[in-house]
Design a binder for this molecule. Structure first.
Ligand SMILES: Cc1cc2nc3c(=O)[nH]c(=O)nc-3n(C[C@H](O)[C@H](O)[C@H](O)COP(=O)(O)O)c2cc1C
Length: 279
């Protein structure tokens, strides 16, 4: 936060936002972020209720990312200004027992109306944005795609892996969180990552890995001396659609133009336009 808040606050006069993991954050961290006057604050993964009033009093828009209908209902009851409906295609963390974006988003749209909903998970080009709008969402929240932009504060090897990665090589797992000693509650949350040697070694033996502190230390040592890739590379199922590393501004413009084009094409479709059967 110390690094990134000042970069974004000094770097733009446009609205910007900051996100927190509700299970991990404390009130002090929220206060620290609010000092930089974000336009929006997003709370994900856990109970957002201790933080909502304070964020609202600051004047920031309250966004809540949800992974099931109970969380969506709670977000509406708390008065969230924007709800993000996250499907399991997403890169990074999400619910172990989550839902796919396509069927989940319209349910949240209906439940939350008139609160605007953003679709998240598996969206990496303008066609995905158009699909989100067709599902009744007010827009899309996109993660993986932005790791391959010039501004992303990721190691160049991560951008490269995202550009070269394939959706079929992504997998939701808790192995890499356990191996790196992350404090994520793995009974509730997994993360979708690209493949990794440790994932192959420990898949299905998560409990054993959690008990084996030497194995976890070996893993961190292997990363430190470069024997295995840095871990993990968080990436969603739409990673195949990512083939270049534009600036974030160019990417947003391209997403908007592609979405308009996709919606216009979909709007022109008519039953009479279908090719007729031959013979
Ligand atoms: C590298 C990476 C880091 C992420 N970190 C967070 C996070 O700190 N908090 C959060 O709520 N979601 C986080 N997410 C998930 C996003 O909020 C979003 O749900 C997801 O990226 C959408 O799916 P997509 O990656 O297919 O676009 C992260 C996703 C990625 C790819």
């Amino acid at each position: 936060m110390a690094r990134e808040l000042s970069i974004v606050a000094k770097g733009t006069d446009q609205p910007w936002g900051v996100g927190f993991l509700a299970w991990a954050v404390d009130a002090g961290a929220v206060e620290q972020a609010l000092e930089f006057q974000p336009a929006a604050v997003m709370l994900s993964f856990g109970d957002p209720s201790p933080f909502v009033d304070r964020i609202r009093r600051s004047g920031a828009v309250v966004m809540v990312q949800v992974t099931d209908l109970e969380e969506a209902r709670r977000a509406v009851d708390l008065g969230a200004d924007v709800i993000v409906a996250q499907g399991t295609e997403s890169g990074g963390h999400g619910a172990r027992r989550g839902r796919s974006t396509l069927p989940f988003v319209p349910l949240v749209v209906d439940l939350a109306a008139p609160v605007p909903v953003l679709a998240a998970g598996g969206i990496a080009d303008g066609r995905g944005v158009a699909a989100a709008l067709a599902l009744g969402a007010a827009g899309a929240l996109i993660g993986t795609r932005f790791q391959a932009t010039t501004e992303a504060l990721v190691d160049p090897s991560v951008s490269k892996a995202v550009i070269e990665g394939r959706g079929q090589d992504t997998e939701r797992n808790s192995v890499l969180d356990i191996a790196r000693g992350a404090s994520w509650p793995t009974e509730k949350y997994t993360a979708r990552t690209l493949g990794h040697p440790y994932l192959d070694r420990w898949r299905g033996r998560e409990d054993e890995l959690a008990r084996d502190s030497q194995a976890r230390q070996d893993c961190r040592d292997d990363v430190a001396r470069g024997a295995i890739p840095p871990m993990p590379v968080w990436a969603g199922e739409a990673v195949d659609l990512i083939t270049d590393r534009p600036s974030a501004a160019d990417l947003v413009a391209a997403l908007a133009a592609q979405a308009e084009d996709a919606l216009a094409r979909a709007g022109r479709r008519h039953p009479d336009d279908r090719p007729r059967a031959q013979g």
